[in-house]
Design a binder for this molecule. Structure first.
Ligand SMILES: C[S@@+](CC[C@H](N)C(=O)[O-])C[C@H]1O[C@@H](n2cnc3c(N)ncnc32)[C@H](O)[C@@H]1O
Length: 288
């Protein structure tokens, strides 16, 4: 790959997805885009870049998707789900007792293991949530991962990563070498394609936002900008959950960390204008 082609791809990826590649990541681009070029019947990255410059927006979308890292697994890092079960949901059950509804957003949900882990947690708490309306919105930049998420079908390898065996037995049916998540759990999650760099105010406000392992790929200004918009999308007494390698500390005061619970943040009162409470009522919200 020539240096100008690398610079072109680097800028395009930053503009389109926020991916901030340092000057020495040629190998990463090559390992992902050489196979894509071949799949598209092109001779290599130079021809791919030429076609993209020629205005192929479908190809640009394919390149952006190919460069995303979709690594995820059920109950990833465990602690955020302990926070969810032991602190977040119990607090919301008290705070939302009058309206009996909870809105949750998984803001980079990849192939679905994260939103479905939350859905299974809520199923396990069904007694305390009886009669409650629960919305889980799963969004991702990549349409391909969303399609897999919607299917609720996982391989043996995927269900062996992080999912307790009791939950596998309770919430999945085996179908040959695959496992199908039960329809009632699938139905708790609604999927939308959404780029975090773009305006997401149309989603409304949330009681809980899981935004994990995506901001690490953004540069500092993009992180700060995204935190500001996430704060406006979080209810004043809501929660933000970040990934193990992510923090607001040193970047923004729109959220404050919970000193007792790592990775858990709450909006600061001093943050800027808030969006109107609630959000569009998507048809597929689940009643517990
Ligand atoms: C490493 S996965 C994290 C999945 C899950 N949150 C977790 O922690 O297990 C990162 C996801 O972010 C998505 N992504 C990357 N850039 C994005 C953007 N600008 N807007 C929305 N999603 C993005 C990728 O497609 C990928 O599925």
């Amino acid at each position: 790959m020539t240096p100008p082609d690398y610079e072109y791809l680097r800028k395009l990826l930053k503009d389109q997805s926020g991916l901030d590649l340092s000057a020495d990541k040629q190998y990463l681009i090559e390992s992902r885009l050489v196979p894509l070029s071949r799949k598209c019947g092109l001779s290599g990255i130079p021809e791919l870049v030429q076609k993209m410059k020629g205005g192929s927006s479908a190809l640009v979308a394919q390149v952006v998707e190919a460069m995303t890292t979709n690594e995820t697994f059920f109950f990833r890092d465990k602690i955020p789900f302990d926070h969810f079960r032991d602190a977040i949901v119990p607090e919301l059950i008290k705070a939302r007792a009058a309206r009996k509804s909870i809105r949750i957003w998984c803001a980079a949900s990849s192939t679905g293991q994260e939103p479905y882990s939350l859905a299974m947690c809520l199923k396990e708490m069904a007694g305390a949530l009886s009669g409650w309306r629960v919305e889980i919105i799963a969004t991702d930049l990549s349409q391909e991962v969303l399609e897999k998420s919607k299917s609720g079908i996982y391989s043996q390898f995927e269900v062996q990563r992080g999912l307790p065996i009791q939950m596998l037995v309770k919430y999945f049916k085996q179908n040959g070498e695959f496992w199908q998540l039960n329809a009632d759990v699938c139905a708790m999650v609604q999927h939308r394609q959404l780029n975090l760099l773009h305006d997401f105010s149309q989603l409304g406000t949330f009681d809980v936002i899981f935004c994990r392992n995506v901001l690490i790929y953004f540069d500092q200004d993009t992180k700060i900008n995204t935190f500001g918009r996430l704060a406006r999308a979080t209810e004043a007494d809501g929660f933000l959950v970040l990934g193990a390698a992510e923090t607001v500390v040193g970047l923004t005061d729109t959220f404050k960390p919970n000193p007792d619970r790592r990775g858990l943040y709450r909006p600061n009162d001093s943050r800027t204008a808030k969006m109107p409470a609630g959000g569009p009522k998507f048809a597929a919200a689940a009643w517990m």
